[in-house]
Design a protein around this ligand. Structure first.
Ligand code: NAP
Ligand code: G4F
Length: 354
């Protein structure tokens, strides 16, 4: 432990946002700890591709296991905790509703309880979401911090529980707990099951002749899509405020899934109608139809604004996927598929003498 550095603990460090946030905080001079859960195949490809795997300190813990969280928080003794871990795929929350609520709702309560008992001065960021709004605003409106919540999925219900708990712990115990209500944000490190990455990855394969169909669900759904590296900066800014509060982070623009598809195929020089098939398998029992966020509060309070446009986002993702498949084709091994090379990982194990 480097006592000259500010310490931070990130849950979900192996995910898209966790990896970008870890890189951002390392650059700010923090000592970065992250919890990783035990899975059968190591999942360090994002940390590897940002070249930070050997710069972060990993602790084995799980949001469903309070004892492991308690140990992780005591060992890292952080000034700030960013709770990014979640069962984050809305579609899967319909297949695994209990696990989703356990991780996304109760998991956060476990963190709050450990912090309340261990050190109430730790500042906590909770990864809240625009999914909370559900269909509470029609296709002409815009969502901000005052818009009512109407969750449409077990995923959003679990996140609403966490958001309510944040407010309750803030008011009851004078704890610094803030929510970032982030609208969709994507990147070259996005999971392959999310619609943006599924599209850019498949279009890249089609372009290289490795695939000839793209199966999608609801093409009419509209989302406010931003770029993940821009968004992790807002998480840090939210925790640097004088008082805990909740902030919408978005781009103030909305685009349909169909528009995303059109743009990706346009970049590939192909006509999307020849390749895209709608498939019931990818439709949800209850989908959020329309999201468009107003980020003025964050902009007025600490000057945050998005830096990447919709077209730039699609281009970055498509070009990176094309590049990865091209290199894969050429037989090159790189971080994306070389997930089994953990390298020089700093892992904090349980101490015998505790
Ligand atoms: P992601 O890529 O799916 O990452 C989720 C992370 O949570 C992974 O590191 C995952 O570990 C970890 N995790 C899952 N279950 C866990 C458990 N039981 N214990 C410990 N760790 C667990 O998600 P993301 O896109 O980075 O999103 C980060 C957070 O922001 C999530 O809470 C998400 O719900 C929220 N959010 C995301 C967006 C968005 O558009 N990206 C928008 C609003 C809110 P493994 O690597 O082992 O799976
Ligand atoms: O990319 P998606 O799976 O993201 P979704 O459901 O909006 O959730 C993401 O953003 C939330 C913030 O609003 C986060 F809280 C959450 O963790 C996650 O990061 O789906 C986007 C839209 C949906 O309307 C979906 O029905 O795309 C539609 N869609 C159409 N075809 C598809 C597909 N989604 C996926 N994943 N796969 C399809 O084939």
């Amino acid at each position: 432990m480097d006592l000259n550095k500010k310490r931070v603990l990130i849950t979900g460090i192996t995910g898209q946002d966790g990896a970008y946030l870890a890189k951002f905080l390392l650059e700010k001079g923090y000592e970065v700890y992250g919890i990783v859960r035990r899975i059968s195949t190591p999942n360090y490809w994002r940390l590897q591709s940002l070249d930070i795997l050997d710069k972060v300190i990993l602790i084995s813990a799980d949001l469903t296991d309070m004892a492991s969280l308690s140990e992780a928080i005591q060992k890292s003794n952080p000034e700030e905790i960013y709770n990014l871990a979640a069962q984050s795929f809305v579609g899967s929350s319909f297949d695994q509703p209990l696990n989703t609520i356990d991780v996304n709702g109760l998991g956060f309560l476990r963190i709050l309880e450990v912090v309340r008992n261990f050190n109430k001065s730790i500042r906590i960021y909770q990864a809240s979401t625009s999914e909370l709004f559900g269909d509470s605003v029609s296709s002409e409106g815009i969502q901000d911090e005052k818009t009512s919540f109407k969750p449409n999925s077990p995923y959003a219900a679990g996140k609403l529980l966490a958001m309510d708990l944040a407010r309750i712990y803030r008011e009851s115990y004078d704890m610094f707990v803030s929510n970032g209500i982030l609208f969709n944000h994507e990147s070259e490190l996005r999971g392959l099951e999310f619609v943006t990455r599924k599209i850019t990855n498949e279009v890249a394969k089609i372009k290289l002749g490795l695939s000839n169909e793209l199966h999608l669900g609801n093409l009419d759904a509209k989302r406010d899509w931003g770029y993940a590296p821009d968004y992790v900066e807002s998480m840090w800014m939210i925790l640097q405020q004088d008082k805990p509060d909740d902030f919408v982070i978005a781009t103030n623009e909305t685009h349909s899934v169909r528009e995303f598809v059109e743009e990706a195929f346009r970049l590939a020089g192909l006509d999307w109608r020849e390749y895209v098939k709608t498939n019931e398998q990818f439709k949800r029992p209850y989908d959020v139809r329309y999201l468009k966020g107003d980020y003025s509060k964050a902009n007025n309070k600490f000057g945050w604004k998005p830096k990447t446009t919709f077209k730039e986002l699609v281009k970055k993702m498509f070009e990176e996927d094309l590049n990865r498949w091209q290199r894969h084709f050429d037989g090159e091994v790189f971080a994306w598929d070389a997930i089994n090379h953990p390298g020089n990982i700093k892992f904090l194990y349980k101490s015998k003498n505790k």
